[in-house]
Unconditional design. Structure first.
Length: 266
């Protein structure tokens, strides 16, 4: 195990975690590599599944606890039918899961500065969630349009942050990060399967549109980790162990080089 704690003492390090449904398990492998290398994360931002994992990390959950949560979680556990004209499902259950794990907490209670990206479906603007209730913010960031009904926060109707910034690099920068590690789950094309139902169809359509819209922001990351998840699909939870390992292997070498660069700059 390599311990390099202290190499980033002079800079605030930000970690930006992108969305991607079950592919988000790769973030757990990245967190494992970060821990092994002794990198201190000062600021963490997340979108959709990235927001879920970012929230758990910000409130002190180590990567192996988050792995245990992921292994026990089925995608359908986060959803229930919604009687709404805005979506066929509600992700209220996702909020309950967050509360069960870290409590009914607010952003100011976090051990690591936390930011969550969402989109205002009325104005079309990116929304930066850095205060208020964490569980509600994770729900808002994870509301894939057309599938989940929006979450209303402070009078704004909010949906998935990936609509405008799937990897919330700019959010981390705005929060004060001076060097940003970003994880993009979609740089390598993921496997495309014939949709089996309406949810599959909407997911494929949404992420196909989102990838091209959000990718230009990747150039603002100091380190971009792009695990090759092309053999995995968006919903198969049986893939989670392999996805975690893929994320870990993709992160390890790049993070070591990142630390060497920081040392030279300091």
């Amino acid at each position: 195990m390599v311990q390099m704690a202290g190499n980033n003492d002079k800079k605030k390090i930000g970690l930006a975690l992108g969305g991607g449904v079950v592919l988000g398990a790769a973030h757990i492998g990245v967190l494992q590599a970060i821990k092994e290398l002794g990198i201190r994360i000062d600021i963490i931002s997340g979108t959709s599944i990235g927001a879920f994992i970012a929230a758990l990390h910000a409130f002190g959950k180590p990567w192996y606890d988050i792995e245990e949560v992921a292994m026990d979680l089925e995608w359908i556990d986060t959803a229930s039918l919604a009687l709404s004209q805005y979506g066929i499902l509600s992700n209220h259950k996702l909020g309950e899961i967050v509360r069960n794990i870290i409590g009914d907490v607010t952003f100011r209670d976090a051990k690591v500065q936390l930011g969550i990206a969402a989109s205002d479906v009325v104005t079309g603007e990116r929304v930066r969630l850095t205060q208020g209730n964490v569980a509600g913010s994770v729900m808002a960031s994870s509301c894939i349009p057309g599938i989940f009904k929006p979450v209303t926060i402070n009078g704004a109707m909010l949906v998935d942050g990936g609509l405008l910034e799937n990897v919330p690099i700019m959010l981390a920068r705005e929060m004060g990060a001076e060097a940003i590690i970003a994880v993009d789950l979609f740089t390598a094309s993921h496997s495309r399967q014939v949709p089996e139902n309406l949810v599959d169809l909407l997911l494929n359509t949404y992420y196909s549109a989102m990838i091209n819209a959000s990718r230009p922001y990747n150039r603002y990351a100091d380190l971009l980790i792009t695990p090759d998840l092309s053999e995995f699909n968006l919903l198969g939870t049986d893939q989670i162990p392999a996805i975690i390992q893929t994320g870990y292997l993709a992160a390890r070498d790049k993070l070591e080089e990142f630390l060497r660069r920081l040392s030279v700059e300091d």
